[in-house]
Design a protein around this ligand. Structure first.
Ligand SMILES: [Zn+2]
Length: 400
């Protein structure tokens, strides 16, 4: 079966000083375009998108500096305006949200080339070249090959001052739906990071912790510097770089871990959310929390590409319920061991959760299997029956 797959790649750009000035100018002109279009929108009694789009050519005539913008990049601002408008409308239900705001100087961080105006030139060397119409040929590091058709390129200025290109590629892929033979349940925790239903424990890589500590100490340093001072500004840049390092390390960890599960299992069940109430405001923990959302996304898209199943499982009760007999065993956070006085099952708390998640995963697969037609028969694995009462040995490994 052939399926269209859209993949986004993020590559670093290495613009020269001159090119960087042009990139900055483009951001600024896009901001102005956005504001002018917003002004037009605000003046309309009945919203008329085509009329707003129609003023773009006039803007070029009235102010020749807009000629420095690639026309589709300019038109993209109209798209951005309307997508902001629709997300504003969606958020309107709870509290009263006013109109869209004009964007102040320096607010714009991205601009986009849609469908045309760009060319990626593969040189076979360390740096490739990204040609952007009206800007020039910028060196780019592509750590992955792009074989499909490029649909869109978004240029972004990061807080640290680095430039990146997000390239949306469309390819066709043969997708084989695989039979489900091996399923796994994954518990995402705070202390042991990941516990799975096989008894594997994947712990936080040590250097991630190191980066976290460095970040916290830098943060304290920034707060001690005088507001608005040059030292503070310099510290903030350092802080942003450190944050980027941390995010990269974390992403690397998440990529490897999600790949491991997608490579080794046909169905992966994870709780649909993680309880965060216990977090004491610690930055490192805050980042770990954010990680789990990312981890689920990675599992989801990697599973999709590999023709495997990602199954979000309702998180309610998975930590309290006994995975063996289904009785509720109330325990607070400090209790790290699950001890069931109904059936005698004893296991690390997160392992019990992982087993429960696996059970719910299999249940869901069974339901999906019934929803599917006969031609896509799902081969079922038996529901886990009584396991050894105590798990003496939990295999544990670290990816780093
Ligand atoms: Zn029990």
């Amino acid at each position: 079966m052939m399926e269209k797959v859209v993949i986004t790649h993020k590559f670093r750009l290495y613009p020269s000083k001159q090119q960087e000035a042009k990139l900055m100018e483009t951001l600024e002109l896009c901001r102005q375009t956005y504001n002018i279009l917003l002004n037009e929108l605000n003046s309309q009694k009945v919203i008329d998108k085509s009329q707003i789009q129609g003023i773009i050519p006039n803007m070029k005539i009235c102010d020749s500096s807009f000629k420095k913008l690639y026309s589709k990049t300019m038109q993209y601002e109209c798209y951005r305006l309307f997508s902001n408008l629709s997300s504003l409308a969606k958020s309107k239900n709870k509290r009263k949200v006013g109109r869209l705001r004009f964007k102040g100087k320096g607010w714009f961080k991205t601009f986009t080339y849609n469908q045309s105006g760009f060319k990626l030139i593969v040189t076979g060397k360390r740096y490739q070249t990204l040609h952007l119409s009206k800007i020039g040929s910028i060196p780019i590091r592509c750590h992955r090959k792009i074989k499909g058709k490029i649909k869109q390129i978004t240029i972004k200025k990061e807080a640290s001052g680095k430039w990146h290109a997000s390239i949306i590629e469309e390819t066709k892929k043969i997708i084989k739906k695989q039979q489900i033979r091996k399923a796994v349940g994954i518990d995402l925790g705070l202390t042991d990071i990941i516990y799975d239903s096989e008894g594997n424990k994947i712990t936080n890589p040590r250097h991630l912790k190191k980066h976290c500590e460095k970040l916290s100490s830098l943060q304290r340093k920034v707060s001690r510097k005088k507001k608005g001072s040059r030292n503070r500004k310099r510290m903030r840049i350092k802080l942003t770089r450190q944050y980027e390092k941390l995010v990269n390390t974390r992403n690397d960890f998440l990529h490897k871990t999600s790949k491991y599960y997608v490579d080794n299992y046909d169905a992966i069940g994870i709780e649909d959310m993680t309880i965060t109430s216990m977090v004491n405001g610690h930055l490192a923990k805050h980042i770990l929390d954010a990680s789990w959302g990312k981890f689920r996304q990675m599992i989801a898209y990697k599973a999709e590409r590999a023709g495997k199943l990602y199954i979000p499982v309702n998180h309610k009760g998975t930590t309290q319920r006994c995975s063996q007999c289904g009785e509720e065993i109330a325990k607070d956070l400090s209790e790290r061991v699950h001890k069931c006085h109904f059936c005698g099952f004893k296991a690390p708390r997160d392992y019990n959760s992982a087993l429960e998640i696996k059970k719910l995963t299999l249940k869901r697969i069974f339901e999906i299997g019934q929803e599917l037609s006969e031609s896509t028969l799902v081969e079922m694995e038996a529901l886990p029956t009584q396991l050894a009462t105590t798990v003496n040995e939990t295999r544990s490994y670290s990816l780093n």
